[in-house]
Design a protein around this ligand. Structure first.
Ligand SMILES: [Ca+2]
Ligand SMILES: [Ca+2]
Length: 496
């Protein structure tokens, strides 16, 4: 009892003196956090080498200042469940929020989000743009938001043409092409401008500042100048193996939707134009990130602000005859994740992040919450998943036994370690890939001689819990999310 009392007194003293975190100027104080989310960006950034033609100078420059995780994965390959899990620390297999049309706050009314936890520790939490899924913003998370606590996106230039450019769909959602828009008219430019403005202000409290960039989410409309960097004749398509789905179980083939997007894109001769549209949208998003980073670097917060940049899942552009996310392969689960912790900022990481470090350990977006807690000296939370990355930020080449879990619908999981990916579907069937030898995941090794022990080891890391589906949105938000295309319109429990 006495030692408990002593510990309590020490804890109170630490909290009163600012958590033992030292600012760059040697004074005690909390570091600020710049929290940048980019929507639907896979590993097509220069520093990850996902596509040879991609142009992301700003994200690459950020990565060279800190540590990039080259084997980071989402908790779920869709906007709403991925973001809900990251922001609450509760993975889909515990919350039951597996898919887009499941209002996450209704499923987790008492969950404490990352910005809420910061606010409870004397921070001001502000932001703009897409941090939660578009249909389900969370007013409880923020002190201020632009354009409002109920709306994350300021909106901007809208294409006036009635028919889609690509001739494939009846709606403009699955579409791409250059527009006459000026960069300043784009919604993302307004988000970036608001964040830049905040970085120029005097903030009395330490801040948690969120910046949510929407591109490269569909539709891939961007000002023409961004398309001009990628001439159509030079576009290189992703590597695809004909008949790749032949060794994939039925549940996996169903996720790839044979006869769906891929067949339509090929039929309409739009594959190169789609790749061009994605590259142009990524280049545009990178420019918006660049505006924010430049403002931070020129501000008085440059030396006492942690930067974390993440994206909510990957994206297929024809690999495995699949488009979009909504699957458990590397292309759909892998996301860029970059951390920069300025030198001397934190008691947890005195030397700052390794400059230009690359970490190949399997990590998850779920690790962001506990990492921020440790870096900023906030009170630990016992009920969140994920494992702090602080040890890896200081020593990115360290070997661990970490795995990253991705869940798409109840009972369907992928487990990724440093080398392998194991997928197990709820309805039966499994896949195993050796990413060292087969980076495109063409050869399913599950059930093959010599791989039994590896499968058994990875199967042992699968979640033990399988939460029932949280309630689905039957109201206007469901329709809104379908109309915006950010919903995948699944029936209860169904994953197609
Ligand atoms: Ca997304
Ligand atoms: Ca195959």
């Amino acid at each position: 009892m006495r030692s408990e009392m002593r510990w309590m007194l020490v804890w109170v003293a630490v909290m009163l003196t600012g958590g033992g975190v030292w600012g760059a100027d040697g004074k005690k104080g909390k570091p600020n956090v710049l929290f940048i989310a980019v929507d639907d960006l896979n590993d097509w950034i220069g520093v990850l080498g996902g596509h040879p033609q991609t142009l992301t100078p700003n994200i690459d420059r950020l990565a060279k200042r800190g540590v990039i995780f080259t084997n980071a994965h989402c908790a779920a390959p869709a906007c709403n469940p991925s973001r809900a899990a990251l922001m609450t620390g509760v993975p889909p297999y515990r919350s039951g929020v597996y898919l887009n049309p499941q209002p996450w706050r209704a499923a987790m009314p008492k969950a404490v989000t990352i910005p809420q936890h910061f606010r409870a520790h004397g921070y001001k939490a502000i932001g703009s743009g897409k941090i939660y899924h578009g249909a389900y913003p969370d007013a409880a998370s923020w002190n201020r938001y632009f354009p409002s606590l109920k709306r994350q996106s300021p909106g901007g230039y809208a294409v006036k043409k009635k028919k889609p450019f690509n001739g494939i769909a009846r709606t403009r959602h699955f579409d791409w092409g250059p527009t006459e828009a000026k960069t300043e008219e784009m919604s993302d430019a307004k988000v970036a401008e608001w964040v830049v403005n905040e970085l120029g202000k005097d903030h009395k409290k330490p801040f948690f500042l969120a910046c949510g960039i929407y591109r490269p989410h569909l539709p891939w409309y961007a000002p023409k100048a961004y398309f001009d960097k990628f001439p159509l004749s030079s576009i290189r398509l992703p590597k695809v193996l004909k008949g790749d789905l032949g060794d994939v179980p039925a549940a996996g083939r169903k996720m790839a939707k044979p006869g769906g997007d891929h067949a339509k894109v090929v039929k309409h001769g739009q594959w190169k134009r789609a790749v061009q549209g994605y590259l142009a949208s990524i280049h545009f998003a990178d420019a918006m990130v660049g505006r924010v980073l430049k403002a931070l670097e020129g501000s008085k917060y440059a030396e006492n602000t942690i930067v974390v940049l993440w994206t909510d899942h990957g994206w297929h552009l024809g690999e495995k005859e699949h488009w979009r996310k909504f699957a458990l392969w590397e292309r759909a689960t892998k996301t860029p994740m970059v951390w920069v912790v300025p030198k001397g900022l934190s008691a947890a990481l005195k030397g700052g992040t390794v400059v230009g470090g690359k970490c190949g350990e399997a990590v998850s977006l779920m690790d962001i919450y506990p990492t921020l807690i440790e870096l900023c000296g906030l009170k630990k939370r016992g009920n969140i998943a994920g494992e702090s990355l602080v040890g890896l930020l200081g020593e990115p080449t360290k070997r661990t036994d970490r795995v990253a879990i991705t869940t798409h619908g109840k009972g369907n999981h992928a487990v990724r370690d440093r080398r392998y990916r194991y997928i197990r579907y709820a309805g039966g069937g499994s896949e195993l890939y050796d990413l060292d030898k087969d980076p495109n995941e063409w050869v399913n090794l599950s059930g093959k001689k010599g791989y039994g022990e590896i499968e058994k080891r990875l199967r042992g890391r699968l979640p033990k819990a399988e939460a029932e589906n949280a309630a689905f949105d039957r109201g206007k938000n469901r329709n809104k999310s379908k109309r915006k295309g950010s919903g995948n319109g699944k029936k209860k429990g169904g994953v197609k």
